[in-house]
Design a binder for this molecule. Structure first.
Ligand SMILES: Cc1cc2nc3c(=O)[nH]c(=O)nc-3n(C[C@H](O)[C@H](O)[C@H](O)COP(=O)(O)O)c2cc1C
Length: 321
């Protein structure tokens, strides 16, 4: 059965589905809901400026569910340098077993710690070359997300339909595929391409538990597949986001040669957090997949996961009739 495989075994999860790490949003309650639903919830360490708060959230997830969860370690360039080694130490102290890195190839000192702490290591990236590098460095699984994905896209611009099978052909560890996975059709398709599981970002952003204002969720529900675009490519940080007026202004700044200083007020974490908290739709920008065009409703995480799995299973059955 395709829903029980080497990935579910490796991670100890019920369904081969990973919740995408989300800056400012992947805090304990949301992550708990994802893990409780049988997928892998992933805490975003980068959110926590206070290590005690990080530890408290790890404990909150552990107290709420016995199901596995992971912690993401951010390898993308940040305005503010964080001590990733300290997060790893706290994870080990709190008994977290799975680490996900996202960005480019991880530095050697992190790898040594993954080994020392006995973590299962997943690496998320947007290109075959990075996936191969992570596999050669000892990753237990790689996650690849195609160009349609919400969030960092890199500059390779390879779509999910190509990136997943190319990666599957190049590495001999489980591959999780994503970028545009909104429903059971896409889950089945990505697994038919050879992936052992899928990652969901944008679909879970439209869950009841995702901590963004309901006005923003409702606005995103109205968006279609043409309402996202890439910004920040000119400053080496290409991201696919929802094209609200703030995003359009940011694009204009880039088109007229503006740099990070001019862009920053539009794309900053503070601006995004204001939008998330107040529901002011033009306060900041938000990562978003092209697959937003397929979104139909806001649901509890549990229903989203159950619906996707049931749909994938039903369609697998139809295809084999
Ligand atoms: C609002 C939002 C915030 C995100 N923040 C991060 C992040 O901080 N780190 C990261 O590795 N990926 C981040 N991502 C990417 C997701 O983890 C995931 O890889 C991606 O959303 C999958 O593609 P999809 O949106 O098409 O499902 C974010 C995505 C969204 C929608």
């Amino acid at each position: 059965m395709f829903l029980k495989n080497e990935l579910t075994e490796l991670l100890g999860i019920r369904y081969p589905i990973l919740g995408g790490t989300m800056m400012d949003l992947s805090l304990a309650p949301f992550v708990t809901a994802i893990s409780k639903a049988g997928a892998l919830g992933v805490i975003a360490s980068v959110i926590y400026k206070e290590y005690d708060h990080f530890r408290a959230d790890l404990r909150a997830v552990k107290d709420a569910t016995d199901n596995p969860f992971a912690v993401n370690i951010n390898l993308f360039p940040m305005m503010e340098k964080l001590d990733n080694l300290r997060y790893l130490e706290i994870m080990a102290e709190e008994g977290v077993k799975i680490v996900e890195t996202s960005g480019f190839a991880p530095p050697e000192e992190l790898l040594a710690k993954f080994k020392e702490y006995g973590f299962t290591w997943l690496h998320k990236c947007v290109g075959v070359r990075y996936a191969k590098k992570a596999a050669s460095l000892g990753a237990d699984a790689v996650i690849v997300v195609g160009y349609e994905n919400g969030g960092a896209t890199g500059n390779l611009n390879v779509t999910t339909l190509v990136l997943v099978p190319r990666t599957v052909d190049e590495v001999n560890i489980p591959v999780v595929g994503g970028g545009g996975v909104m429903d059971g059709r896409a889950m089945l398709a990505v697994m038919a391409l050879g992936a052992s599981g899928v990652i969901l970002g944008t679909r879970l952003m439209l869950s009841e538990e995702c901590p963004i204002h309901s006005d923003l969720k409702k606005a995103l529900l109205q968006a279609n597949e043409l309402d996202t675009d890439i910004i920040m490519r000119s400053v080496g940080f290409a991201h696919r986001i929802w094209m609200n007026s703030r995003a359009k202004e940011a694009q204009q700044i880039e088109n007229s040669g503006g740099g990070i200083a001019e862009l920053y007020p539009h794309v900053s974490g503070e601006a995004a957090r204001e939008m998330y908290e107040t529901g002011d739709l033009d306060a900041g920008t938000v990562s978003c997949s092209q697959a937003i065009g397929l979104a139909q409703k806001i649901q509890p995480v549990e229903d989203i996961i159950a619906e996707i799995v049931a749909d994938a299973e039903a369609r697998a059955g139809q295809l084999s009739e």
